[in-house]
Design a protein around this ligand. Structure first.
Ligand code: PMT
Length: 422
């Protein structure tokens, strides 16, 4: 597959650095951005200058580093306002817990937060902190606030932390951050005008008023796909099963907690859709009859008859050509990933299928990351490394857009055959 990265040549990127041991990685980030042709300015919080000196960044960028919110530039203009207004993108890496809180609150007490507040350029934050700080509800609330502002978050990775412990909180690798910045430019608007339907989360099939048959799907994969589509300009409907994450803003949400409700919602929206991505974990079986009152212990065993649920995506696959959306399914497999994914692609009439592993040492369910292999009718198309689910979503949209556009490219009228010259 060709990497559809946006060109950074000539783009003005402001890198904001805050006070974390991971500040040394911002040096590689700045170097990578500059190598790709971006004009990079660096702003630093006072704490960041304790870890890396402004001189390091100035030597790499050949530009003055702004580390004082009161600083004026050579023309006596306020330096942080100049940078804020001229930026095509702002990347804050590393962003400490404190900096995230300041951004969420709209504080502007240092050069980095002042630029972020003053600018309307797209903003990417790459947090780095101790695992306890990252998972604290206050930080997670701040992250949600920043996402609500439309900022991109490059999730921290799991690994060795400055504390000596291992956990989530390590700054994402500079390569991954650059990829997100490039995507700001490459993909903005490439789904403009498309109606996209994404299903996410699991279904719960009632046994009685309090019990159900369900699964552990968190909805993270489907939500990342919906968010990425929204950010690329699509009009998105999210058909939400039971999820442990909130649905994204700016998309229409249809709640569907059972397979029957999901079928109804998907079939209703599929006919007007250009693309349907079924990332939901739909229960394949449901109790034949749900008891209307709570089943009591009877001293013995209980048998529940299960019936097969309709295969929703296969039903959409049977829609007539011209009304059927471009169809992307997921295959969640504990064994024989490739063989099972390929047969699902064929049996369900899909355009693409995304295979991921569940129930083993790595389990895609509930994880913030995923490792997927994508298959089309001609075989394996992509085998990506372990990536944050948002990046899986972006790469998947690259593939979908490419194939969808090719399939829907206006046919060129045939040229009339020229008479041969004699
Ligand atoms: O939600 P997360 O915690 O982020 O986890 C993500 C995930 C692992 C659930 C997701 O990546 C995933 O694999 N989703 C599909 C799970 C699944 O149901 O796979 P399957 O192999 O059983 O089904 C194949 C395809 O048919 C899927 O697209 C499914 O949505 C669809 N299906 C399945 C059964 C059914 N009755 N109707 C369907 O449409």
């Amino acid at each position: 597959m060709t990497e559809d990265r946006g060109s950074l040549a000539g783009r003005r990127v402001v890198v904001g650095v805050s006070g974390s041991i991971a500040a040394y990685k911002a040096v590689s980030l700045v170097r990578l951005l500059a190598e790709r042709g971006a004009i990079v300015d660096v702003a630093m919080t006072p704490a960041a200058t304790e870890f890396v000196t402004p001189l390091t960044f100035a030597s790499l960028t050949h530009r003055r580093v702004v580390d004082d919110v009161m600083a004026l530039d050579a023309d006596s203009q306020i330096a942080h306002v100049e940078l804020a207004e001229g930026a095509d993108a702002i990347v804050i890496a590393p962003a400490t817990a404190n900096l995230l809180a300041e951004l969420a609150a709209g504080n502007a007490g240092n050069a980095v937060t002042a630029i972020a507040l003053a600018s309307r350029a797209p903003l990417v934050v790459a947090p780095a902190m101790d695992a306890g700080m990252w998972t604290h509800p206050a930080t997670q609330r701040n992250i949600e606030t920043l996402r609500g502002f439309g900022h991109r978050v490059v999730e921290p990775e799991v690994g060795a932390l400055a504390s000596g412990l291992t956990g989530v909180g390590r700054l994402a690798e500079p390569d991954s951050i650059v990829e997100v910045v490039e995507r700001l430019f490459a993909r903005a608007g490439d789904l403009e005008g498309l109606q996209v339907v994404v299903s996410a989360g699991g279904t719960r099939e009632p046994i009685d008023p309090v019990r159900f048959i369900g699964n552990r799907s968190s909805g993270k994969m489907g939500v990342a796909i919906a968010e990425a589509a929204r950010d690329r300009g699509a009009s998105v409907t999210l058909i939400a099963g039971v999820m442990s994450v909130p649905p994204p803003r700016g998309v229409s949400v249809v709640d569907a907690s059972t397979a029957a409700a999901m079928r109804q919602a998907v079939l209703r929206s599929a006919s007007g859709a250009d693309v349907l991505v079924m990332a939901a974990a739909v229960a394949d079986f449901a109790p034949k009859r749900a008891s209307s009152s709570k089943i009591k212990r009877g001293g013995g065993d209980l048998q529940i008859d299960l019936v097969a649920n309709p295969d929703i995506i296969a039903e959409v696959g049977e829609m007539a050509d011209g009304t059927r959306p471009f169809l992307v399914g997921f295959a969640a497999e504990s064994d024989e990933l490739e063989a099972n994914a390929r047969s699902k692609l064929r049996d369900k009439g899909l355009d693409l299928i995304v295979g991921n592993k569940v129930g083993g040492p790595f389990d895609a369910i509930g994880s913030d990351e995923n490792k997927v292999i994508v298959f089309g009718a001609e075989g394996e198309l992509s085998d990506w490394p372990m990536l944050p689910k948002r990046q899986v979503a972006e790469r998947l949209w690259d593939l979908i857009v490419d194939r969808y556009r090719k399939a829907h490219a206006p046919e060129r009228p045939e040229r009339p055959a020229r008479s041969r010259r004699r």
